[in-house]
Design a binder for this molecule. Structure first.
Ligand code: FAD
Length: 242
């Protein structure tokens, strides 16, 4: 893995991904602050960057895609009312710069051939590192199964659904399950919390690896449930966002 370095990140593009305008996609070009360092050398799917908002405030955001091979990086930021990081990202103009340190993190694809099933669970913005982890894992492993369970409150928060359906078509060993806790009457998909759908997936426990990403409460509940189902501690990996 690369050592984290300081970069000046210049905003290239930004756009909302969902109907309710709660998820903002931002793309930056990174230039090392130390001119002696080489161009951005890349990240591992699942890693993140930390942005320096002010002397005392920093916020971390997971890379939203696999390393592109150049110095562009992209993120998806959940825009929270009165959120400090949310406000900064939402008000940046194209061409503005922000200092970021990257890449960090060990929440990455578990490249282990004894794993037969990767069960990848996220709530809300927790989907962000999971998508590149899935894309990378599916590319390098044809024998292993991958199941995504993504939980959100509202259908109007959904984004990337077409990408997940495309991945399902491309890789028959991949299945995406999306569950909504406050569905409208017209929602025809799964409902309820992610944890309600887990026991049915955690059957071949000896060969399963569970990835959890999102808020504290979901991680706590899902970790306990996975442990109770018989998943070994070392096969439950987590990234807690808040
Ligand atoms: C390793 C790591 C990777 C992360 N990756 C991402 C990412 O890819 N995309 C992303 O949007 N965020 C990500 N986060 C979370 C992010 O760093 C911020 O903490 C979060 O977006 C809130 O920041 P804010 O400054 O906008 O709100 P703040 O000013 O910190 O908080 C506003 C209020 O919202 C609450 N809160 C914080 N986060 C959430 C949430 N997600 N849902 C509901 N309430 C919340 C806080 O407790 C507080 O009360 C990541 C966090 C970590 C540690």
């Amino acid at each position: 893995m690369q050592r984290p370095q300081h970069y000046s990140a210049r905003l290239l593009e930004k756009r909302f991904l969902n109907e309710r305008e709660t998820y903002l996609h931002v793309q930056f070009n990174c230039t090392p602050l130390n001119p002696d360092l080489p161009q951005y050398p890349g990240h591992t799917p699942g890693q993140y960057a930390t942005f320096l908002l002010s002397e005392q405030d920093r916020r971390s955001y997971s890379f939203a895609s696999v390393y592109s091979g150049d110095s562009t990086v992209d993120f998806v930021v959940e825009i929270l009312e009165n959120g400090i990081g949310s406000h900064r990202m939402a008000t940046m103009e194209i061409g503005d710069t922000i200092e970021g340190i990257m890449p960090y993190g060990r929440f990455t694809y578990q490249n282990d051939e004894t794993i037969r099933h990767h069960v990848v669970i996220g709530t809300g913005s927790g989907i962000v590192p999971l998508k590149p982890i899935l894309e990378y894992g599916l590319q390098i492993s044809t024998e292993q199964r991958f199941t995504l369970v993504w939980g959100l409150r509202y259908e109007s928060d959904l984004f990337w659904v077409d990408e997940f359906r495309r991945l399902e078509e491309q890789y028959r060993q991949f299945r995406a399950m999306i569950t909504i806790t406050k569905p409208t009457e017209t929602w025809q998909g799964l409902t309820g919390r992610v944890t309600e759908h887990l026991p049915a997936l955690l059957t071949e426990v000896a060969d399963t690896c569970v990835y959890l990403c999102g808020g504290h409460a979901m991680i706590h509940d899902a970790r306990t449930l996975a442990g109770d189902c018989g998943i070994e501690k070392k096969r439950i990996i987590t990234e807690q966002f808040y």
